[in-house]
Write a protein that binds this ligand. Sequence first.
Ligand SMILES: C[S@@+](CC[C@H](N)C(=O)[O-])C[C@H]1O[C@@H](n2cnc3c(N)ncnc32)[C@H](O)[C@@H]1O
Length: 275
Amino acid sequence: MSFDLLAPHYRWMEFILAGEKLQRCRRAFLSEIPAARNILLVGEGHGRSLVECRNRFPNAQITCVDASEPMLAQARRQLLRHNMATACVRFIHADVLNWTPTGGDYDLVITHFFLDCFRADQLEQIIARLGAVTTPDGNWLLADFQTPAAGWKRIRGRLILWTLYAFFRATTRLPARRLTAPNSYLERAGFTRHRHTEAEWGLLHSAIGGSGKEARGKRRWKMTLTLALISPSLEPSRKMELSGSKKKRHSQRAVPLSRRSQAVFLLTDSAREGG
Ligand SMILES: C[S@@+](CC[C@H](N)C(=O)[O-])C[C@H]1O[C@@H](n2cnc3c(N)ncnc32)[C@H](O)[C@@H]1O
């Protein structure tokens, strides 16, 4: 697969076919990421997400991986056009299927309109590989196409997707023949979808997911605290044993009954939300 031929035309083609719709999807949850120090942009293409990231996190280290050198050149030019320094950005020309991630653990992974390029077996491999180099509290931002759920929206969506795949297969030798939803692979890699939004009658979507490594830790933490509040009579040593690595945060004080039941309700509820 190569996007080299398309690289100089990608921006105006996107503008003609979709206006600012794709860019709105790329931007969707970026403002909700509290802080990011080490960002990985995979299949970044022409650099529009890179500029948004640079704006949002001016001090972050950013790694941009793309298999197309002309696409990386476009991304570099985008930064310069916006008077942004390229010093904190590493541009890596590599096929992500063969790339061994370097540069430490990433607290934000961004794959916009990229995962749709791959077959299911490749998706599984890529997502597992990227998931393995994210921090325990890392986030994954994703904007992409999806097949609308039902009715005329589904028929319309499938027609558009069929046309897009035929075009990209002819011009880039895309390995995928059809769209594979990445959700189950992301879940398997430990990511939980926190928020999701749709556009264009369900054809476009954006999602923000958190690494399950942290989510699992939080769930255990919440369960422990809930247990400790329900059973204030539990021996302190047993409570410490239950609380595991988060020992210091747990109060050993007994809580009056009314406050106690309120706290248990809130915790159980937020645990459900998080899980
Ligand atoms: C459909 S474009 C998406 C570009 C951009 N992320 C966007 O939001 O529009 C897919 C990009 O992924 C890159 N790409 C495709 N296969 C790749 C691979 N195996 N490894 C790294 N980059 C790849 C292409 O060169 C291209 O820039």
